[in-house]
Design a protein around this ligand. Structure first.
Ligand code: J2J
Length: 546
């Protein structure tokens, strides 16, 4: 396994293989088989382009050969920061095929995140679009390259500009040239890491999640089965496809696993998504709760025919029961709640569950081999029905973050359970209800913000003596961030602090929505900053000066 990654202990690996979870297949082989089975059927729709399975497989071979020719080697890390465009699939499958490892960045990430990802993963290349949503990623890449000299290549999907950046389009070799780079010759092992996914994070620096071909393909197979995907399924990707939910639950990869069709949307707005649902006959789509609210509000006044849509998946953050019960009547489709995490465990309400379960629970584990425990602060199992922290291990849940031994000792139990930091209870029939969170994170409508990361950036400001970042309730996003700040000298305004964070290259969703100044922080009995009290203060919309 890749250095810096923790494999499953052999007895577990043997169990997962014997049980048939891990089939010993790689992503490269998977695509090859789907191309053989579905040849001319459309795999990906991107704007006016319709790409068949055979074409995708061929493009992937040609790009894989191009990556090899450029000098990208097996196990090398490549930061992939692409929006919902067809090149995303060529790129990741080509990297999978040569055993190079995509590191999935989100389009919203900026200099701070990307410099860290490139440096920490010692990336060989960084792949970007030219422009997207008015933002020029080539400017970002130039800054990144200046900070991370070891980065060998910046590859641009689109116009690479005048400098040294490489055009992705130019990397596709001709069929005749491909054989000399024999991308299939030494494919990766199914037990190897296939890519690194980004964790929502609870610490000062984001963590990387190593997922193997075996474990991820198992999660796709189970997801596709639970969501009844087949070759007639049409999945609409409105969330950024690099995120674990639209990537794999069952997402775009689960859809390709099932031989279905992926329709890529550049925007999640009803104005973009609804016409696509109508014209492409979309059968399933996945959204985060704030987006579900927007779709629910827009639907009654829109004229598109949404009747093909059978399932709307909602996940990433808690969906209110009030909104959940409107999905079927307003959108005319089944609601499926999805509670998952890039570290592994994914829970689904099942398509034949009664409304009471789909509205009031966040589903149950997708695999019979998922182990789930709800424990108190001493790691003792709570009584049935009580709330506890959810611990989990299983055939597609990692045993450790990449190069993070110290953090792993805290984030995993000694017997390999991942501490999710989520507080949940379980119904008698085994469904989970998310009740809150023990981790120091803000869930901004599905976008996860690690409080410590933002606090560290605030502390870098010369006027800031101390900072504490907490969640405050929000009608649409569920939560927004509130930063409490103690200033030690000089005057600084909330807007100046926000601008300071933006200038440090922090992604926009991490910039606090509100900044409040205080003279001192409330403390707990043991002298720690009481985030509980700060959350209560933030929830009251009043002058919080103490
Ligand atoms: C409450 N909190 C939820 C839900 C995730 C499928 C779906 C989502 C993710 C994801 C994913 C929640 N209700 N329905 O990777 O494959 C919060 C929890 C969890 C964290 C994980 C998937 N669904 N959450 O959101 O890695 O706190 O993955 O631990 O981004 O989101 O975040 P992330």
């Amino acid at each position: 396994m890749l250095a810096g990654c923790k494999a499953w202990p052999e007895e577990f690996a043997a169990r997962y293989r014997e049980a048939g979870c891990w089939h010993g297949e790689t992503f490269g082989e998977l695509l090859r088989k789907r191309a053989a089975a579905h040849g001319e059927r459309v795999a990906v729709v991107c704007g006016d382009r319709r790409i068949s399975y055979a074409e995708l497989d061929n493009r992937v071979d040609r790009l894989a050969a191009g990556f090899l020719k450029l000098g990208i080697k097996a196990q090398e890390r490549v930061i992939v920061q692409l929006p919902n465009i067809a090149s995303f699939f060529d790129t990741i499958f080509a990297l999978f095929r040569i055993g190079a490892l995509p590191v999935f960045a989100l389009p919203v990430h900026r200099r701070n995140e990307i410099v860290y990802l490139c440096g920490f993963s010692e990336a060989a290349a960084y792949i970007i679009p030219d422009m997207e949503s008015g933002f020029d990623y080539r400017h970002l890449a130039a800054q990144v390259q200046a900070s991370v000299p070891s980065l060998r290549h910046v590859i641009v999907a689109g116009d690479p500009g005048p400098g040294t950046f490489v055009s992705l389009d130019d990397l596709y070799l001709d069929d005749s040239e491909c054989s000399s780079y024999g991308s299939d010759a030494e494919g990766p092992d199914p037990g190897d890491v296939a890519f690194l996914q980004l964790s929502g994070g609870t610490t000062g620096l984001p963590k990387l999640i190593p997922r193997t071909h075996d474990d991820y393909i198992y999660s796709l197979r189970m997801s596709a089965e639970i969501c009844s995907l087949d070759k007639d399924s049409v999945y609409l990707a409105v969330l950024p496809v690099a995120h674990n939910f639209p990537l794999s639950s069952p997402g775009v990869l689960g859809t390709l696993y099932a031989g279905g069709r992926v329709v890529l949307a550049r925007s999640a707005s009803p104005e973009t998504a609804f016409p696509l649902i109508a014209s492409e006959g979309v059968t399933i789509a996945a959204v985060v709760p704030p987006l579900a609210l927007i779709w629910l509000e827009a639907a009654p006044s829109r004229s598109e025919d949404l009747s093909n849509l059978q399932v709307l998946q909602v996940g990433g953050a808690k969906f209110s029961a009030e909104a959940a019960q409107r999905v079927q009547t307003v959108l005319g489709c089944k609601l499926q709640q999805v509670y998952g995490m890039a570290e592994g465990l994914v829970n689904y309400t099942r398509l034949d569950d009664p409304e009471d379960i789909t509205v009031h629970t966040q589903g149950r584990p997708m695999s019979p081999y998922d182990e789930v425990r709800l424990v108190d602060e001493d790691d003792v199992e709570v009584a049935p029905g009580e709330v506890g922290e959810l611990l989990t291990r299983g055939p597609y849940t990692i045993r450790g973050y990449y190069k993070a031994d110290k953090h792993n000792a805290k984030a995993f139990t000694t017997d390999g359970f991942y501490r999710t930091g989520d507080l949940a209870s379980m119904t008698p029939s085994g469904y989970l209800v998310i009740q809150g969170r023990s981790k120091d994170q803000i869930n901004r409508g599905g976008d996860k913000v690690a409080a410590e990361e933002v606090e560290n950036h605030l502390l870098a400001h010369p006027s800031v003596h101390d900072a504490a970042v907490v969640a405050m309730p929000d009608e649409y996003l569920g939560e927004r961030t509130c930063a409490f700040v103690i200033v030690h000298h000089g005057a600084v305004s909330g807007n100046e602090l926000k601008a300071f964070l933006r200038n440090r290259g922090l992604a926009a969703y991490k910039i606090p929505d509100r900044v409040e100044f205080m003279d001192s922080f409330p403390h707990t009995g043991v002298g720690k900053v009481s985030k509980k009290q700060l959350r209560e203060l933030a929830a009251q919309n009043q002058d919080v000066r103490l």
